[in-house]
Design a protein around this ligand. Sequence first.
Ligand code: UD1
Length: 461
Amino acid sequence: MNVVILAAGKGTRMKSDLPKVLHAVAGKPMVEHVLQAALQLGATRVVAVLGHGAERVQDALKAYAQDGKLSFAMQTEQLGTGHAVLQALPALNPAEPTLVMYGDVPLTSVDTLKRLLAAAAKDALPVLTVELADAGQYGRIVRSADGQIERIVEFTEARNDAALMQLREINTGIMVLPPERAGHWLRALKPANAKGEFYLTDLVEMARRDGFKTPAVLAPNEAEVEGVHSKVELARVERVYQLRQAHALLTQGVELADPARFDLRGELTCEADVRIDINCIFEGRVHLGAGVQVGPGCVLKDVRVDAGAVIKAYTFADGEGETIEIGPSAQVGPFARLRSATKLGAKSRVGNFVEVKKSSFAEGAKANHLAYVGDAQVGARVNIGAGCITANYDGVNKFKTTIEDDAFIGSNSVLVAPVTIAQGSFVAAGSAINKNTEAEALTIARAKQQTLKGWKRPKKA
Ligand code: UD1
């Protein structure tokens, strides 16, 4: 099967420099949702018809084009939907049917498209329709006595005809063109209408004239076929999509405090008894193990959380492309910040206002308050006191800190990397450590406290 995705329109009402089809739903450009649905259906050739912002759209989809799954056709002037499909024609296999989709209609389910495709045949032109309470400016579906579509009348042509304006079934624009004959019809289109456009919808009458069937396949609801033309519609589509994802997780047994306050912009997999509080955002790939709890307001991107771990309120964990691993029964937050490639061992703890970057914590290691741990290897049962930092950067290069098992770093210490804090070392509070410490010994590296007896405070003259 061929798929043509129409994506040349400007999207004036979006009031944005970004081409319309690149506006994101759940963090992914709308056109990519459409493309992925096409690929899930097993499309052999997908052609995206581009016009406004073509270069940026091509760039956003280049991974698919490199795979050879997608090619592009240019429509420099937007002369109508029929003209748009015509531009894709040379890239299509004429021996196969062609599913026409819109790059700004992101929520059509694969099941609905499969029902439409089931109605496709060598001698049929099935159209996806939907019944609306208010048919607005959509093209009206006129059915013939045999239940087939007799013709589609565009709003501009229907507006002065009361009977047509009463029709509630509309054209979603999604249809399957039969092989062979469709090219001939497309080339024969004339812009003989009020808008002076080449209407794809005129193919219905041509098909009937040639004895083809024109069945209507009803979409299950409006949201599946809703096009996005404004930020208002984009926000509505986003909520529909998020609720869909939330319900899928609830059905799997994930506990969501409120499905209306849940955002997934990537992939989330969960084992049993996961609980997610309100206003969390999941991006990239996130996995939550059995019994994991995520507090309110957390942002997790590219994170793997093992069983029993607790992520407390307002934790921000972004793997920055390198997955963060949070070990079993670890505790993170509230207000923790985890960055790339951080690995927290079993029962470790990272508390409030602690930033951890490219570091590993072995089992039971803790940094509970106000600390920066970067490029560090932290051993088992280590305690990093409040206000400690690893000084990993000299303004040019980054260096590593190693803290061996059972070390204790007193509050407000600076570990100047490269440095090793030996096993069982005790670093006194307020130390600035720039040499390796000895195992099982106390190291103090701060000015000695002095007391000047009888010292007089300065007085105003
Ligand atoms: C079209 C249908 C109408 C249907 C409606 C559903 C026609 C003639 N009319 O309306 O029956 O109810 O969709 O939304 O087909 N596009 C191009 N190039 C063009 C024109 C359009 O790529 O020259 C793309 C747009 O970017 C958009 C899609 O096609 O993604 C639909 O275009 P739009 O202008 O929104 O719809 P209409 O043509 O008014």
